[in-house]
Design a protein around this ligand. Structure first.
Ligand code: FMN
Length: 188
């Protein structure tokens, strides 16, 4: 696949097969994340690669508990749905974290570093024929110390995002992209 084909093929996948992902593919996806653009001014980017079923379940339960206590109507309602799985049954979940900081500018750069890493991983997974999704909700679970410890998050790390991926039967093409040409301005 060319880079442009991969970009067009990538989509958020929310159903996964039980089939495990081969170790070399997991490594290739995570290394793609580690090769992303990023400023060293914001410290380090960490990748915690989780395939352990018990740890994944802890993240699912922790996310639902945090959503239930969020006070946000939509999240509370979603968390009460027994069939809702915030990581959609994906066999691999990668927590992307960055060095903790109290400085807003540095925090913004750290967030951007994590996001660049995440997009690289989504594209790498797509290239390898895997479904993937960028997730924010499961990050809530890491406020629960036991969940953060089980995921072996570094002490000084701020979890920023989770990328899940795996084999999927959802091979439908990406839904049509919005046409908003007015949002693109060429200044010649
Ligand atoms: C910062 C960010 C947070 C997201 N969080 C979630 C999430 O918690 N759960 C989810 O199902 N999808 C999440 N998504 C995926 C978006 O819903 C998805 O990218 C968007 O609907 C566009 O669809 P596409 O990825 O198929 O192009 C997130 C995406 C981004 C960039």
């Amino acid at each position: 696949m060319s880079t442009f084909e991969t970009i067009k093929t990538r989509k958020s996948v929310r159903t996964y097969q039980g089939k495990p992902v081969e170790a070399d593919k997991i490594k290739a996806v995570v290394e793609a994340g580690n090769m992303a653009a990023g400023t060293p001014m914001a410290g380090d980017v960490y990748f915690n690669v989780i395939t352990n079923a018990e740890v994944l379940k802890g993240i699912v339960d922790g996310t639902k508990a945090a959503m239930a206590n969020s006070g946000m109507e939509m999240l509370v309602k979603l968390s009460s749905n027994p069939s809702y799985n915030p990581i959609y049954g994906a066999p691999v979940a990668v927590v992307i974290s960055t060095t903790k900081t109290d400085m807003p500018n540095t925090a913004a750069m750290a967030r951007a570093n994590a996001t660049c890493a995440g997009e690289n991983m989504l594209l790498a997974a797509t290239e390898l024929g895997l479904g993937s999704c960028y997730l924010e909700s499961p990050v809530l679970a890491f406020n629960i110390p036991e969940v953060a410890q089980a995921a072996k998050l570094p002490e000084n790390a701020q979890p920023q995002a989770m990328i899940v991926f795996g084999y999927t039967d959802d091979t439908a093409p990406h839904k049509e992209y919005p046409t908003n040409p007015e949002n693109i301005l060429y200044v010649d």
